[in-house]
Write a protein that binds this ligand. Structure first.
Ligand code: G4P
Ligand code: NA
Ligand code: NA
Length: 192
């Protein structure tokens, strides 16, 4: 997606060989015009999939999910990150380990908001090692709903996330795929 790649080149900060900071439009401040275009692009890519719900993880997944859901005419649900859920009923939950942050989060979604009749599109801001996406996939499985695919705003193609998802047969659509962050420079994967 051209506008997104442009924005990444203009405003992204390469913090290291593996981390890109995009606080000015995605992770802290949000650019609503770009976010609307992101929603339109996801909706376009998944328009024939019969999606009934968009699922994401708080907090940075919410903006692109809302715009996508608006475009598709459905609702969006965000999984919450909480510490202990052992005594709470009526939740789907999954453990998500972050290799980046070296911490584990239990994420959860109320059973009220996803049911087995749903066709779910999962959206997230970043795909790195795929652990958040797998946790959301786990929640979709628990609900008995159908997972239609996963939409990612920025994929770090040099990390393992995509392979983990594709080996489970999951369709992954990323709007910008980064091949390398070497030498303080963003290099995108060539599009076919
Ligand atoms: P994974 O889910 O793909 O395995 O990713 P990982 O554990 O590495 O990611 C942990 C958090 O860091 C996630 O945000 C993820 O979006 C974010 N992240 C991973 N790589 C990058 C990067 O290169 N740049 C930026 N800006 N973020 C990255 P989170 O903890 O869920 O936070 P939130 O922003 O959604 O609140
Ligand atoms: Na994030
Ligand atoms: Na995220």
């Amino acid at each position: 997606m051209k506008a997104l790649k442009h924005k990444i080149l203009e405003e992204g900060n390469v913090l290291s060989e593996s981390v890109l900071k995009v606080d000015s439009f995605l992770n802290h401040q949000i650019d609503p015009v770009l976010m609307q275009q992101i929603g339109q692009e996801f909706a376009q890519r998944f328009k024939d999939a019969g999606i009934t719900k968009v699922l994401t993880l708080e907090s940075s997944g919410i903006a692109p999910s809302v715009m996508t859901a608006l475009e598709l005419g459905v609702k969006t649900v965000f999984a919450r990150k909480r510490k202990s859920l052992t005594l709470i009923d009526g939740l789907y939950s999954a453990e998500v380990y972050s290799f980046t942050k070296k911490e584990s989060n239990e994420i959860s979604v109320s059973e009220q908001y996803i049911s087995k009749e749903d066709n779910v599109l999962v959206i997230d801001d970043f795909l790195a090692n795929g652990q958040a996406a797998l946790g959301l996939t786990d929640i979709v499985e628990q609900s008995g709903a159908t997972l239609v695919g996963i939409g990612i705003v920025i994929e770090k193609g040099f990390q393992t996330g995509r392979a983990l998802l594709e080996e489970r047969g999951i369709r992954v659509e990323s709007l910008a795929i980064i091949d390398s962050l070497a030498d303080g420079k963003v290099t995108f994967k060539e599009e076919l």
